[in-house]
Design a protein around this ligand. Structure first.
Ligand code: SPD
Length: 416
């Protein structure tokens, strides 16, 4: 939950290790990190926040030097501070953008809407672009956190699927404050061999994998992890119970908590990014997690040649889907640069590059011609009409319900 990893794109040859590494680079870095730190496999060493001002100062000095050394205003106008989800970008996109525009991107990462929201509500984040999920964005818009987009600076909006734009307009009327970055689902990620060894007829496409104690208990010894994302996990429990995933009834919440507590003894940890490498390395065998991240684990395992086979299933009972939205905080300092970057991300070749790297779908229609056929043809990434009937949108929660859910979640995490 408290992911503080940072990836600062400080120059085309100096992208620091973080969630956005190319897979080959990620593997190289991972080997180095594990050997050096003997820490949790694949959880990369966070860059301390204290380092950030220093980096910013170094960046400014470098830019001043490039500009002849005396034009501070010009140097300051060529920066952009982005706060995005970890494991959610092809780093070459940042380098290419900087090369083309001269705008230096400082790129920090998080793995929880709650962490992002806490920062946004405190204000003065220093970020020019942030990426909340649509249900969180909806209430953040109401709280006055974002500025309206200047659509005259976003001509590439024409590439975005109008049907999906209409869907997210439910959260952001007229799509006035946000543009979709990528979207995905929450489902079941698993190590095919370890699950089959323990339960040959395991219901891998069912929420029973997690929420039936008789099933999930069989996998305790090989490691079960679950997202630290109360809203989404609650949604899946409510679907398992045959209830509305957006219910705010205290009775439904109590029923869901009962299920969560019944499976808690079999859960190794609750975390929203560590599971990617753990699944790839065989440290865990089952996770309730985000689609693209599980496919990244599959790809990392395949590229390391460790023989681990990972799969992801959208539960047959249904699940929640999420839309992660690019938005500009009201107090952003580099608003033109933010628009330039958002527009750049909507170029078909850029959107396709990101999708091909992170295994999440985009709204970008022309990009689909450049998306790898196995990704485009994977119904767990680009859902077919049949799969879509099983996906439910997370709606914004009321403050009162958020308080109740937070209490439930605290008890779940603590296991008591
Ligand atoms: N590694 C990138 C994961 C992005 C997940 N977004 C989360 C959406 C939560 N509603």
């Amino acid at each position: 939950m408290n992911c503080t990893r940072k990836c600062a794109a400080t120059g085309s040859s100096e992208v620091r290790p973080a969630g956005g590494l190319s897979r080959a680079a990620a593997l190289r870095y991972k080997r180095g990190f594990v050997a050096a730190a003997r820490g949790i496999p694949g959880v990369r060493r966070p860059m301390k926040h204290a380092v950030r001002p220093l980096l910013a100062a170094m960046s400014a000095v470098a830019l001043l030097a490039a500009c002849g050394g005396n034009n501070e205003e010009a140097a300051e106008s060529k920066v952009l501070n982005v706060y995005n989800w970890s494991d959610y970008i092809d780093e070459s996109v940042l380098a290419d953008f900087q090369k083309e525009t001269g705008i230096k991107v400082t790129y920090d990462v998080f793995d929880s809407n709650e962490v992002l929201e806490t920062k946004l509500l405190a204000g003065s984040t220093g970020y020019d672009i942030v990426v909340p999920s649509a249900n969180f964005l909806e209430r953040q818009i109401k709280a006055g956190i974002f500025q309206p987009l200047d659509k005259s600076k976003l001509p590439n909006l024409a590439n975005m699927d109008p049907a999906l734009m209409a869907k997210v307009a439910r959260h952001d009327p007229d799509n006035a404050h946000s543009v979709n970055y990528l979207w995905g689902t929450t489902g079941i990620g698993f190590n095919q061999t370890k699950i089959a060894e323990r339960m040959p007829d395991a219901p891998t496409d069912s929420l029973a994998m997690f929420y039936d104690p008789a099933v999930v208990s069989k996998f305790k010894d090989c490691g079960v992890a679950v997202l630290d994302s109360p809203t989404e996990i609650l949604g899946t429990v409510l679907i398992y119970l045959g209830k509305d995933p957006n219910s705010e009834s205290p009775e439904d919440l109590a029923a869901a908590e009962k299920v969560l507590m019944s499976v808690r003894p079999f859960v190794k940890y609750v975390h929203s990014s560590k599971f990617i490498d753990d699944l790839a390395n065989g440290e865990i065998c089952l996770t309730m997690a985000w689609s693209g991240d599980v496919f990244q684990a599959r790809d990392r395992a395949a590229e390391s040649g460790n023989g681990i086979k990972i799969d992801f299933k959208i539960p047959r009972e249904g699940t929640t889907m999420f839309f992660d939205m690019l938005a500009i905080p009201k107090d952003a300092k580099n608003v033109d640069n933010a628009h330039a970057f958002i527009n750049y991300l909507m170029r078909p070749e850029v959107a396709a590059k990101n999708t091909n790297y992170v295994n999440y779908a985009s709204f970008n229609l022309p990009a689909q011609q450049m998306v790898n056929p196995e990704i485009l043809g994977n119904p767990a990434i680009y859902p077919t009409d049949e799969v879509k009937t099983r996906l439910q949108v997370d709606l914004a929660e009321s403050d009162a319900f958020t308080q109740l859910l937070t209490a439930t979640w605290t008890r779940f995490k603590a296991g008591q």
